[in-house]
Design a protein around this ligand. Structure first.
Ligand code: FAD
Length: 461
Protein backbone atom coordinates (compact mmCIF):
# COMPACT_ATOMS: atom_id res chain seq x y z
CA UNK A 1 0.00 0.00 0.00
CA UNK A 2 1.23 3.53 -0.80
CA UNK A 3 1.28 5.87 2.18
CA UNK A 4 1.45 9.66 2.16
CA UNK A 5 4.59 9.50 4.30
CA UNK A 6 7.19 7.00 5.38
CA UNK A 7 7.15 8.44 8.92
CA UNK A 8 4.91 10.81 10.87
CA UNK A 9 6.47 12.20 14.05
CA UNK A 10 3.79 13.34 16.49
CA UNK A 11 5.10 16.03 18.86
CA UNK A 12 7.77 18.66 18.22
CA UNK A 13 9.51 18.63 21.63
CA UNK A 14 12.83 17.07 22.71
CA UNK A 15 12.05 13.58 21.38
CA UNK A 16 10.24 14.61 18.19
CA UNK A 17 12.77 17.27 17.20
CA UNK A 18 15.70 14.89 17.73
CA UNK A 19 14.06 12.35 15.40
CA UNK A 20 13.23 15.06 12.84
CA UNK A 21 16.77 16.42 13.00
CA UNK A 22 18.28 12.98 12.45
CA UNK A 23 15.84 12.31 9.58
CA UNK A 24 16.88 15.63 8.00
CA UNK A 25 20.59 14.82 8.40
CA UNK A 26 19.99 11.45 6.73
CA UNK A 27 18.35 13.26 3.81
CA UNK A 28 14.86 11.76 4.33
CA UNK A 29 12.10 13.60 2.44
CA UNK A 30 8.99 11.55 3.28
CA UNK A 31 8.79 12.59 6.90
CA UNK A 32 6.07 14.75 8.49
CA UNK A 33 6.48 16.45 11.87
CA UNK A 34 3.15 17.30 13.55
CA UNK A 35 3.09 19.73 16.49
CA UNK A 36 -0.09 20.73 18.34
CA UNK A 37 1.20 24.15 19.41
CA UNK A 38 1.99 27.10 17.12
CA UNK A 39 5.70 26.78 17.83
CA UNK A 40 8.13 23.86 17.92
CA UNK A 41 10.23 23.19 21.01
CA UNK A 42 7.88 21.46 23.43
CA UNK A 43 8.14 21.59 27.19
CA UNK A 44 11.93 21.70 27.43
CA UNK A 45 12.20 24.92 25.43
CA UNK A 46 9.04 26.75 26.46
CA UNK A 47 8.00 25.61 29.95
CA UNK A 48 10.74 23.30 31.30
CA UNK A 49 14.54 23.06 31.16
CA UNK A 50 15.36 26.27 29.29
CA UNK A 51 13.21 28.77 31.23
CA UNK A 52 13.96 27.08 34.57
CA UNK A 53 17.74 27.12 34.02
CA UNK A 54 17.55 30.64 32.65
CA UNK A 55 15.61 31.69 35.76
CA UNK A 56 18.17 30.02 38.05
CA UNK A 57 21.06 31.73 36.26
CA UNK A 58 19.37 35.12 36.44
CA UNK A 59 18.45 34.57 40.10
CA UNK A 60 22.10 33.80 41.00
CA UNK A 61 23.20 36.98 39.19
CA UNK A 62 20.48 38.96 40.97
CA UNK A 63 21.57 37.59 44.36
CA UNK A 64 25.18 38.49 43.48
CA UNK A 65 24.16 42.15 43.14
CA UNK A 66 22.89 42.61 39.57
CA UNK A 67 19.66 44.13 40.84
CA UNK A 68 18.80 45.85 37.56
CA UNK A 69 18.56 42.57 35.67
CA UNK A 70 15.15 42.03 34.02
CA UNK A 71 14.88 38.36 35.00
CA UNK A 72 11.57 37.70 33.24
CA UNK A 73 12.74 39.30 30.00
CA UNK A 74 15.99 37.33 30.25
CA UNK A 75 14.06 34.05 30.29
CA UNK A 76 12.12 34.94 27.14
CA UNK A 77 15.38 36.00 25.47
CA UNK A 78 16.95 32.56 26.07
CA UNK A 79 13.85 30.84 24.68
CA UNK A 80 13.78 33.09 21.59
CA UNK A 81 17.47 32.50 20.93
CA UNK A 82 17.06 28.72 20.81
CA UNK A 83 13.78 29.02 18.89
CA UNK A 84 15.44 31.21 16.25
CA UNK A 85 18.61 29.11 16.12
CA UNK A 86 17.11 25.66 15.63
CA UNK A 87 13.65 24.90 17.02
CA UNK A 88 11.63 26.47 14.21
CA UNK A 89 9.67 25.30 11.18
CA UNK A 90 12.08 26.79 8.60
CA UNK A 91 15.06 24.87 10.01
CA UNK A 92 13.26 21.60 9.32
CA UNK A 93 11.39 22.56 6.12
CA UNK A 94 14.63 23.81 4.52
CA UNK A 95 16.18 20.41 5.19
CA UNK A 96 13.31 18.46 3.64
CA UNK A 97 11.11 17.69 6.65
CA UNK A 98 7.42 18.58 6.28
CA UNK A 99 5.90 20.40 9.25
CA UNK A 100 2.22 20.66 10.15
CA UNK A 101 0.66 22.37 13.19
CA UNK A 102 -2.40 20.85 14.86
CA UNK A 103 -3.22 18.03 17.28
CA UNK A 104 -2.93 14.56 15.72
CA UNK A 105 -5.37 11.79 16.60
CA UNK A 106 -5.41 8.25 15.24
CA UNK A 107 -8.17 6.98 12.93
CA UNK A 108 -6.53 3.60 12.48
CA UNK A 109 -3.02 2.21 12.85
CA UNK A 110 -1.75 3.85 9.64
CA UNK A 111 -3.91 6.99 9.60
CA UNK A 112 -4.09 10.17 11.64
CA UNK A 113 -6.21 13.26 11.36
CA UNK A 114 -4.73 16.72 11.94
CA UNK A 115 -7.01 19.78 11.74
CA UNK A 116 -9.50 17.91 9.51
CA UNK A 117 -6.79 16.49 7.19
CA UNK A 118 -6.46 12.73 6.95
CA UNK A 119 -2.87 11.56 6.48
CA UNK A 120 -1.37 8.08 6.20
CA UNK A 121 2.09 6.80 7.06
CA UNK A 122 4.04 3.54 7.15
CA UNK A 123 5.63 4.35 10.53
CA UNK A 124 4.76 6.67 13.43
CA UNK A 125 6.85 8.05 16.27
CA UNK A 126 4.76 9.37 19.17
CA UNK A 127 6.58 11.94 21.32
CA UNK A 128 3.69 13.86 22.86
CA UNK A 129 5.28 14.50 26.26
CA UNK A 130 3.48 14.99 29.54
CA UNK A 131 1.35 17.57 31.37
CA UNK A 132 1.63 18.80 34.95
CA UNK A 133 -0.47 16.78 37.40
CA UNK A 134 -2.93 19.09 39.13
CA UNK A 135 -4.72 17.62 42.18
CA UNK A 136 -8.47 18.22 42.45
CA UNK A 137 -8.04 20.82 45.20
CA UNK A 138 -6.30 23.17 42.72
CA UNK A 139 -8.35 22.49 39.60
CA UNK A 140 -10.02 25.88 39.59
CA UNK A 141 -6.70 27.43 38.49
CA UNK A 142 -6.72 31.21 38.52
CA UNK A 143 -4.21 33.90 37.63
CA UNK A 144 -2.50 33.31 40.97
CA UNK A 145 -2.31 29.50 40.74
CA UNK A 146 0.36 28.28 38.34
CA UNK A 147 2.04 25.19 36.93
CA UNK A 148 5.26 25.06 34.91
CA UNK A 149 3.11 25.91 31.88
CA UNK A 150 2.44 29.46 33.14
CA UNK A 151 4.97 30.36 35.86
CA UNK A 152 7.73 31.41 33.43
CA UNK A 153 5.45 33.96 31.77
CA UNK A 154 5.15 36.06 34.94
CA UNK A 155 5.76 39.75 34.25
CA UNK A 156 7.59 40.34 37.55
CA UNK A 157 8.86 38.49 40.60
CA UNK A 158 6.05 37.95 43.13
CA UNK A 159 6.61 39.06 46.72
CA UNK A 160 5.65 35.61 47.99
CA UNK A 161 5.24 32.13 46.53
CA UNK A 162 3.86 28.85 47.87
CA UNK A 163 5.19 25.78 46.09
CA UNK A 164 3.23 22.54 46.35
CA UNK A 165 5.72 19.71 45.82
CA UNK A 166 9.28 19.19 47.10
CA UNK A 167 10.64 17.21 44.16
CA UNK A 168 13.27 18.50 41.71
CA UNK A 169 11.03 21.10 40.05
CA UNK A 170 9.66 22.43 43.36
CA UNK A 171 13.16 22.62 44.89
CA UNK A 172 14.71 24.30 41.82
CA UNK A 173 11.95 26.90 41.81
CA UNK A 174 12.30 27.47 45.58
CA UNK A 175 16.04 28.00 45.07
CA UNK A 176 15.51 30.50 42.23
CA UNK A 177 12.61 32.51 43.66
CA UNK A 178 14.20 32.83 47.10
CA UNK A 179 17.44 34.16 45.51
CA UNK A 180 15.23 36.76 43.80
CA UNK A 181 14.07 38.00 47.19
CA UNK A 182 10.66 36.30 47.07
CA UNK A 183 9.32 34.79 50.33
CA UNK A 184 8.96 31.08 49.49
CA UNK A 185 7.19 28.22 51.28
CA UNK A 186 7.38 24.61 50.12
CA UNK A 187 4.63 22.15 51.03
CA UNK A 188 5.89 18.57 50.64
CA UNK A 189 3.78 15.44 51.20
CA UNK A 190 6.78 13.11 51.79
CA UNK A 191 8.84 13.28 54.98
CA UNK A 192 11.69 15.14 53.24
CA UNK A 193 12.56 17.13 50.13
CA UNK A 194 13.92 15.19 47.13
CA UNK A 195 12.92 11.76 48.51
CA UNK A 196 14.77 9.99 45.67
CA UNK A 197 18.06 11.34 46.99
CA UNK A 198 19.89 10.12 50.07
CA UNK A 199 18.56 11.52 53.39
CA UNK A 200 21.84 13.36 54.05
CA UNK A 201 21.47 15.21 50.75
CA UNK A 202 17.83 16.10 51.41
CA UNK A 203 18.96 17.51 54.75
CA UNK A 204 21.79 19.54 53.19
CA UNK A 205 19.39 21.04 50.66
CA UNK A 206 16.69 21.72 53.25
CA UNK A 207 19.22 23.55 55.44
CA UNK A 208 20.47 25.58 52.47
CA UNK A 209 16.93 26.54 51.44
CA UNK A 210 16.13 27.52 55.02
CA UNK A 211 19.26 29.72 55.04
CA UNK A 212 17.81 31.39 51.93
CA UNK A 213 14.64 32.08 53.93
CA UNK A 214 12.48 29.26 52.53
CA UNK A 215 9.88 27.76 54.86
CA UNK A 216 9.67 23.98 54.44
CA UNK A 217 6.62 21.96 55.58
CA UNK A 218 7.06 18.19 55.19
CA UNK A 219 4.54 15.38 55.67
CA UNK A 220 2.01 18.00 54.73
CA UNK A 221 -1.36 17.66 53.06
CA UNK A 222 -3.32 20.44 51.40
CA UNK A 223 -6.91 20.49 52.64
CA UNK A 224 -8.24 23.49 50.73
CA UNK A 225 -7.11 26.23 48.39
CA UNK A 226 -8.82 29.57 47.83
CA UNK A 227 -7.51 31.95 45.19
CA UNK A 228 -8.43 35.55 44.44
CA UNK A 229 -7.01 37.87 41.77
CA UNK A 230 -4.21 39.06 44.02
CA UNK A 231 -3.47 36.23 46.46
CA UNK A 232 -3.93 32.58 47.22
CA UNK A 233 -4.37 30.79 50.52
CA UNK A 234 -3.80 27.10 51.20
CA UNK A 235 -4.91 25.30 54.32
CA UNK A 236 -2.42 22.59 55.20
CA UNK A 237 -1.92 19.94 57.83
CA UNK A 238 1.73 19.26 58.60
CA UNK A 239 2.30 16.69 61.34
CA UNK A 240 -0.54 17.42 63.76
CA UNK A 241 -0.53 21.13 63.01
CA UNK A 242 -3.08 22.95 60.84
CA UNK A 243 -2.05 26.25 59.27
CA UNK A 244 -2.87 28.57 56.39
CA UNK A 245 -0.19 29.74 53.98
CA UNK A 246 -1.00 32.89 52.12
CA UNK A 247 1.03 34.15 49.16
CA UNK A 248 0.82 36.26 46.02
CA UNK A 249 1.35 33.25 43.75
CA UNK A 250 1.11 29.46 44.10
CA UNK A 251 2.97 26.89 42.00
CA UNK A 252 1.76 23.28 41.73
CA UNK A 253 4.69 20.92 41.01
CA UNK A 254 3.55 17.49 42.18
CA UNK A 255 4.28 15.25 39.21
CA UNK A 256 3.56 14.56 35.56
CA UNK A 257 0.78 12.92 33.56
CA UNK A 258 1.81 11.30 30.23
CA UNK A 259 -0.08 12.78 27.23
CA UNK A 260 -1.98 9.91 25.64
CA UNK A 261 -5.11 11.66 24.34
CA UNK A 262 -4.60 10.76 20.67
CA UNK A 263 -7.37 8.15 20.28
CA UNK A 264 -4.66 5.51 20.63
CA UNK A 265 -7.21 2.71 20.89
CA UNK A 266 -8.24 3.38 17.25
CA UNK A 267 -4.70 2.31 16.35
CA UNK A 268 -4.60 -0.59 18.81
CA UNK A 269 -1.84 1.08 20.84
CA UNK A 270 -1.83 -0.03 24.49
CA UNK A 271 -1.41 2.55 27.23
CA UNK A 272 -2.31 3.11 30.86
CA UNK A 273 -1.89 5.86 33.44
CA UNK A 274 1.93 5.41 33.34
CA UNK A 275 1.96 6.18 29.62
CA UNK A 276 2.21 4.40 26.28
CA UNK A 277 3.60 0.88 26.75
CA UNK A 278 6.85 0.28 24.85
CA UNK A 279 9.31 -2.58 24.43
CA UNK A 280 13.10 -2.19 24.62
CA UNK A 281 13.18 -1.07 20.96
CA UNK A 282 10.62 1.70 21.71
CA UNK A 283 7.88 -0.09 19.74
CA UNK A 284 4.34 0.15 21.08
CA UNK A 285 1.88 -2.76 20.94
CA UNK A 286 1.71 -1.99 17.18
CA UNK A 287 5.24 -2.68 15.98
CA UNK A 288 5.30 0.09 13.34
CA UNK A 289 4.22 2.72 15.91
CA UNK A 290 7.05 3.80 18.19
CA UNK A 291 6.85 6.02 21.29
CA UNK A 292 9.56 7.84 23.23
CA UNK A 293 10.05 10.34 26.03
CA UNK A 294 7.61 11.63 28.61
CA UNK A 295 4.50 10.05 27.02
CA UNK A 296 5.91 6.61 27.97
CA UNK A 297 6.63 5.25 31.48
CA UNK A 298 10.33 6.26 31.10
CA UNK A 299 11.97 8.71 33.52
CA UNK A 300 11.16 12.23 32.37
CA UNK A 301 14.30 13.92 31.07
CA UNK A 302 15.13 15.74 27.86
CA UNK A 303 18.36 13.78 27.39
CA UNK A 304 16.47 10.49 27.67
CA UNK A 305 13.69 11.53 25.26
CA UNK A 306 16.36 12.57 22.73
CA UNK A 307 18.40 9.37 23.23
CA UNK A 308 15.31 7.18 22.77
CA UNK A 309 14.20 9.10 19.67
CA UNK A 310 17.53 8.54 17.91
CA UNK A 311 17.42 4.81 18.60
CA UNK A 312 13.73 4.49 17.65
CA UNK A 313 14.41 6.13 14.28
CA UNK A 314 17.39 3.90 13.55
CA UNK A 315 15.30 0.83 14.49
CA UNK A 316 12.62 1.86 11.96
CA UNK A 317 15.22 2.40 9.26
CA UNK A 318 17.08 -0.88 9.86
CA UNK A 319 14.54 -3.27 11.43
CA UNK A 320 16.85 -6.27 11.04
CA UNK A 321 19.48 -4.66 13.27
CA UNK A 322 17.31 -3.14 15.96
CA UNK A 323 19.09 -1.93 19.08
CA UNK A 324 17.76 -1.20 22.53
CA UNK A 325 18.33 2.05 24.36
CA UNK A 326 20.88 2.48 27.12
CA UNK A 327 19.98 0.79 30.40
CA UNK A 328 17.87 3.16 32.47
CA UNK A 329 20.34 2.93 35.35
CA UNK A 330 22.95 4.62 33.14
CA UNK A 331 20.77 7.74 32.76
CA UNK A 332 22.23 10.57 34.85
CA UNK A 333 20.10 13.25 36.47
CA UNK A 334 20.69 16.58 38.10
CA UNK A 335 18.67 18.79 40.37
CA UNK A 336 19.83 22.33 39.62
CA UNK A 337 19.42 23.78 43.10
CA UNK A 338 22.08 25.68 45.01
CA UNK A 339 24.19 23.51 45.39
CA UNK A 340 23.42 21.30 42.42
CA UNK A 341 22.86 17.60 43.09
CA UNK A 342 24.10 15.26 40.36
CA UNK A 343 23.49 11.52 40.33
CA UNK A 344 24.23 8.40 38.31
CA UNK A 345 23.53 4.77 39.20
CA UNK A 346 22.47 3.50 42.60
CA UNK A 347 22.43 5.32 45.92
CA UNK A 348 23.89 3.82 49.10
CA UNK A 349 20.34 3.10 50.31
CA UNK A 350 19.43 1.27 47.11
CA UNK A 351 22.61 -0.85 47.22
CA UNK A 352 21.99 -1.74 50.86
CA UNK A 353 18.35 -2.62 50.12
CA UNK A 354 19.57 -4.88 47.28
CA UNK A 355 22.17 -6.56 49.56
CA UNK A 356 25.02 -5.41 47.33
CA UNK A 357 28.27 -4.87 49.22
CA UNK A 358 30.17 -1.72 48.27
CA UNK A 359 32.89 0.67 49.37
CA UNK A 360 32.44 4.42 49.54
CA UNK A 361 35.13 6.69 48.12
CA UNK A 362 34.73 10.39 48.77
CA UNK A 363 36.43 13.68 48.05
CA UNK A 364 35.22 16.69 50.01
CA UNK A 365 35.10 19.94 48.06
CA UNK A 366 37.66 21.54 50.37
CA UNK A 367 40.18 18.92 49.16
CA UNK A 368 39.90 20.38 45.65
CA UNK A 369 41.99 23.56 45.23
CA UNK A 370 39.68 25.10 42.62
CA UNK A 371 36.68 24.65 44.90
CA UNK A 372 38.66 26.47 47.61
CA UNK A 373 39.64 29.36 45.31
CA UNK A 374 36.02 29.61 44.13
CA UNK A 375 34.75 29.53 47.74
CA UNK A 376 32.73 26.37 46.97
CA UNK A 377 33.46 24.58 50.18
CA UNK A 378 30.22 22.76 50.97
CA UNK A 379 29.77 19.54 49.10
CA UNK A 380 31.47 16.40 47.92
CA UNK A 381 32.10 13.94 45.12
CA UNK A 382 31.19 10.43 46.26
CA UNK A 383 31.38 7.08 44.49
CA UNK A 384 30.08 3.65 45.48
CA UNK A 385 32.30 0.90 44.11
CA UNK A 386 32.96 -2.83 44.12
CA UNK A 387 36.44 -3.91 45.41
CA UNK A 388 37.47 -4.20 41.74
CA UNK A 389 36.68 -0.53 41.15
CA UNK A 390 33.44 -1.19 39.25
CA UNK A 391 31.35 1.93 39.75
CA UNK A 392 27.88 1.20 41.15
CA UNK A 393 26.74 4.75 41.68
CA UNK A 394 27.94 8.29 42.27
CA UNK A 395 26.59 11.52 43.67
CA UNK A 396 28.10 14.99 43.50
CA UNK A 397 26.97 17.95 45.56
CA UNK A 398 28.57 21.22 44.44
CA UNK A 399 27.53 24.56 43.00
CA UNK A 400 28.50 23.32 39.53
CA UNK A 401 28.15 19.56 39.94
CA UNK A 402 26.22 19.39 36.68
CA UNK A 403 29.46 19.88 34.76
CA UNK A 404 31.33 17.31 36.88
CA UNK A 405 28.95 14.41 36.34
CA UNK A 406 29.70 13.80 32.65
CA UNK A 407 33.13 12.14 33.13
CA UNK A 408 31.71 9.90 35.86
CA UNK A 409 28.76 8.99 33.59
CA UNK A 410 31.30 7.99 30.95
CA UNK A 411 33.17 5.75 33.42
CA UNK A 412 29.86 4.23 34.59
CA UNK A 413 28.41 3.67 31.13
CA UNK A 414 31.59 2.12 29.72
CA UNK A 415 32.16 -0.04 32.79
CA UNK A 416 35.59 1.43 33.38
CA UNK A 417 37.05 0.99 36.86
CA UNK A 418 37.10 4.05 39.12
CA UNK A 419 40.91 3.90 39.26
CA UNK A 420 40.97 4.75 35.52
CA UNK A 421 40.29 8.32 36.65
CA UNK A 422 43.65 8.26 38.46
CA UNK A 423 45.48 7.52 35.20
CA UNK A 424 43.83 10.39 33.35
CA UNK A 425 45.67 13.72 33.48
CA UNK A 426 43.21 16.44 34.50
CA UNK A 427 44.04 20.12 34.07
CA UNK A 428 44.86 22.05 37.26
CA UNK A 429 43.16 23.87 38.88
CA UNK A 430 39.73 22.61 37.85
CA UNK A 431 36.86 21.15 39.78
CA UNK A 432 37.09 18.09 37.58
CA UNK A 433 40.56 17.39 38.98
CA UNK A 434 38.52 16.26 42.03
CA UNK A 435 37.66 13.20 39.94
CA UNK A 436 41.38 12.50 39.56
CA UNK A 437 41.70 12.68 43.37
CA UNK A 438 38.69 10.34 43.67
CA UNK A 439 40.29 7.78 41.34
CA UNK A 440 43.68 8.11 43.08
CA UNK A 441 42.18 7.64 46.56
CA UNK A 442 40.58 4.41 45.45
CA UNK A 443 43.68 3.22 43.53
CA UNK A 444 45.91 3.75 46.59
CA UNK A 445 43.42 2.07 48.94
CA UNK A 446 43.21 -0.90 46.58
CA UNK A 447 46.96 -1.11 46.09
CA UNK A 448 47.70 -1.15 49.81
CA UNK A 449 45.43 -4.18 50.12
CA UNK A 450 47.33 -6.12 47.46
CA UNK A 451 49.86 -8.68 48.76
CA UNK A 452 52.15 -8.17 45.73
CA UNK A 453 52.22 -4.38 46.17
CA UNK A 454 52.84 -4.80 49.90
CA UNK A 455 55.83 -7.08 49.28
CA UNK A 456 57.25 -4.81 46.54
CA UNK A 457 57.02 -1.76 48.80
CA UNK A 458 58.30 -3.57 51.92
CA UNK A 459 61.79 -2.07 51.66
CA UNK A 460 60.22 1.39 51.61
CA UNK A 461 58.45 1.01 54.91
C1 FAD B 1 10.11 23.00 35.12
C2 FAD B 1 10.76 21.85 34.41
C3 FAD B 1 12.13 21.77 34.34
C4 FAD B 1 12.74 20.72 33.68
N1 FAD B 1 14.10 20.67 33.64
C5 FAD B 1 14.72 19.64 33.04
C6 FAD B 1 16.14 19.59 32.99
O1 FAD B 1 16.83 20.46 33.52
N2 FAD B 1 16.73 18.55 32.35
C7 FAD B 1 15.99 17.56 31.76
O2 FAD B 1 16.57 16.64 31.19
N3 FAD B 1 14.63 17.59 31.78
C8 FAD B 1 13.99 18.60 32.40
N4 FAD B 1 12.61 18.65 32.41
C9 FAD B 1 11.87 17.57 31.73
C10 FAD B 1 11.82 17.80 30.20
O3 FAD B 1 11.24 19.05 29.93
C11 FAD B 1 11.03 16.68 29.53
O4 FAD B 1 11.50 15.43 29.98
C12 FAD B 1 11.17 16.72 28.01
O5 FAD B 1 10.71 17.94 27.50
C13 FAD B 1 10.34 15.57 27.39
O6 FAD B 1 10.44 15.61 25.99
P1 FAD B 1 9.29 14.96 25.10
O7 FAD B 1 9.73 15.07 23.68
O8 FAD B 1 8.93 13.64 25.61
O9 FAD B 1 8.02 15.89 25.34
P2 FAD B 1 7.81 17.46 25.14
O10 FAD B 1 9.09 18.20 25.09
O11 FAD B 1 6.81 17.87 26.15
O12 FAD B 1 7.17 17.57 23.70
C14 FAD B 1 5.90 17.05 23.41
C15 FAD B 1 5.32 17.86 22.27
O13 FAD B 1 4.20 17.16 21.74
C16 FAD B 1 3.19 18.08 21.42
N5 FAD B 1 1.90 17.33 21.37
C17 FAD B 1 1.21 16.80 22.39
N6 FAD B 1 0.13 16.14 21.93
C18 FAD B 1 0.14 16.26 20.58
C19 FAD B 1 -0.70 15.81 19.53
N7 FAD B 1 -1.78 15.07 19.77
N8 FAD B 1 -0.38 16.13 18.25
C20 FAD B 1 0.73 16.86 17.98
N9 FAD B 1 1.57 17.33 18.94
C21 FAD B 1 1.28 17.01 20.22
C22 FAD B 1 3.28 19.09 22.55
O14 FAD B 1 2.67 20.31 22.20
C23 FAD B 1 4.79 19.22 22.73
O15 FAD B 1 5.33 20.23 21.93
C24 FAD B 1 11.96 19.70 33.06
C25 FAD B 1 10.58 19.77 33.13
C26 FAD B 1 9.98 20.82 33.79
C27 FAD B 1 8.47 20.88 33.85
Amino acid sequence: MAYDYQLIIIGGGSGGLTAADLAAELGFKKVLLVEAERQLGGECLHTGCVPSKSLLHAAKQYAAGHKKLDVWHDIQESISFIQDRSDNDANFINRGINVLHGAATFIDDHTVTVGGKTITSKYFLIATGSSPAVPQVFTSLSTTVHTNETIFSLAKTPKSLTIIGGGPIGCEMASAFSLLGCKVSIVQSADRLLPREEPEISEMLTNQLKRQGVEVDVQATVNACAATKSSVGVEITSGNKNSTLSSEVLLVAVGRVPRTNLDLSNAGVAFDTDGIAINKYFQTSRSHIYAVGDCTPSPKFTHLAAHQAGIALSNMVSPLFKSSGSRLDTVPWITYTLPEIARIGASAQELTARNISFQTVEVMLNEIDRAVTDKQQTGFVRAYVKPTGKLLGAVIVAETSSELLAPLSHVYYHNQPLQSLAKTVFPYPTLSSGLNILGSKFAVKRATRSKIIRSVTKSWR
